[in-house]
Design a protein around this ligand. Structure first.
Ligand code: GUN
Length: 296
C-alpha cells in the first residue's frame, strides 16, 4: 500500500483564499489587518521566515511591517519596540521572531507582548486560555496540523493521537488542543519525548502520529500501525553530495518506509510548513476583528 499524500500547499492555498475574502470584507469597512514582525540580528533562516511572512500578508492584502534590530541589541531596546507596537492602534498582530540572541531573555519578551496582539499564541495568558478551552488565538503550527487533519478527512475525534516532542511551540500546545472537547479535537492523546522508553511501543498503537521531535527520519515504517495517519512537522537539513547546495530537507519521518504502512502522510517540504504561515494570517485577521469589537 502507498499512502495518500496530504498536500499542505493545496490546503494552505484554499485557506488563503478564504482569508483573502474575509480581508476584503473588513477592508470595505475601512479596516486593514496589520502584522508587525520584529527580527533581531541576521540569522539566515529567520530572515527567510520574516520575509515570507511579509509576502504572505501581501498575498491576502494585509498590511505588514518589519522592525529590524542589530544582533547586539539589548533586552531593553527590544522591550521598547514591543511596547511601542503594543500602543500602536493600527498594529493588530505582533510577532517577535525566535530564537533571540543570548543576551535577551525570551520569556520576558513574550510576556511583554500585549496578549490581544500575540498572534503566535506564545503569551502565558493565551496558552492558559487555550488550555481551559477559551482560546483567544491558536498557536500557528499546531493549528496547521489540526486543519490538515480535518481537511484531509482525518478528524482526530475518538482516535488515538501520539505526539512525538514536547516543545512549547508544537508538541505541548498540540496535545492540549487535541484533547479539548472541541471541533477537530476530542482525541485520546499520548505525548512521547526524550524521556520515553521504547517509543515504538506507543507509535504502534497510534491512529495518528504527529512527529515534532527535531530528529531526522526518526520514525520508520516498522514503528507504525498499518493504516495510520502520519503528520510530519520536522524540517531537517541532511548532507547530500548529489545536490548542488550539498543538503536536502527531510522530516522527522522516514518517508519511504512510512508511506508503505500509513494510509495518509504529509510530505516534507509541502506538508505542515505552508500551513503555519497561513494560520498566522488567520490569527492576524482574528486579532483585527477582535480589536474592532467583533466576536470571532
Ligand atoms: N521561530 C520558529 N518558529 C517560530 C514561530 O512560529 N514564531 C516565531 N515568532 N518564531 C519562530
Amino acid at each position: 500500500m502507498s499512502a495518500q499524500l496530504i498536500d499542505g500547499k493545496k490546503i494552505a492555498e484554499a485557506i488563503r483564499s478564504e482569508i483573502k475574502e474575509e480581508v476584503a470584507v473588513l477592508k470595505a469597512r475601512g479596516l486593514v489587518p496589520r502584522l508587525a514582525a520584529v527580527l533581531v540580528g541576521d540569522h539566515p533562516a529567520s530572515q527567510v521566515y520574516v520575509r515570507s511572512k511579509g509576502k504572505a500578508c501581501e498575498e491576502v492584502d494585509m498590511a505588514h511591517e518589519t522592525v529590524l534590530l542589530p544582533a547586539d541589541a539589548t533586552e531593553s531596546e527590544l522591550l521598547g519596540v514591543v511596547e511601542r507596537l503594543n500602543r500602536q492602534a493600527g498594529v493588530n498582530g505582533i510577532l517577535v521572531q525566535l530564537p533571540l540572541p543570548a543576551q535577551i531573555n525570551e520569556a520576558r519578551i513574550i510576556e511583554a507582548i500585549a496578549p490581544h496582539k500575540d498572534v503566535d499564541c506564545f503569551h502565558p495568558s493565551n496558552v492558559g486560555r487555550m488550555t481551559i478551552g477559551e482560546p483567544r488565538f491558536l498557536p500557528c503550527t499546531p493549528a496547521g496540523v489540526q486543519e490538515l487533519l480535518l481537511r484531509s478527512g482525518n478528524d482526530p475525534a475518538g482516535r488515538h493521537t501520539v505526539i512525538l516532542g514536547r516543545s512549547n511551540i508544537v508538541g505541548k500546545p498540540l496535545a492540549v488542543m487535541l484533547m479539548q472537547k472541541a471541533r477537530g479535537a476530542n482525541s485520546t492523546v499520548t505525548v512521547c519525548h526524550t524521556g520515553t522508553v521504547d517509543m515504538a511501543r506507543y507509535t504502534r498503537q497510534a491512529d495518528i502520529v504527529v512527529a515534532a521531535a527535531g530528529r531526522p527520519e526518526m520514525v520508520r515504517g516498522d514503528m507504525l500501525k498499518p493504516g495510520c495517519v502520519v503528520i510530519d512537522v520536522g524540517i531537517n537539513r541532511i548532507a547530500d553530495v548529489t545536490r548542488k547546495n550539498g543538503y536536502r530537507l527531510v522530516g522527522d519521518v522516514h518517508f519511504e518506509s512510512a508511506r508503505e504502512v500509513a494510509s495518509a502522510i504529509t510530505p516534507v517540504p509541502g506538508g505542515v510548513g505552508p500551513m503555519t504561515i497561513v494560520m498566522l494570517l488567520k490569527n492576524t485577521l482574528n486579532a483585527a476583528r477582535q480589536q474592532s469589537g467583533e466576536e470571532t
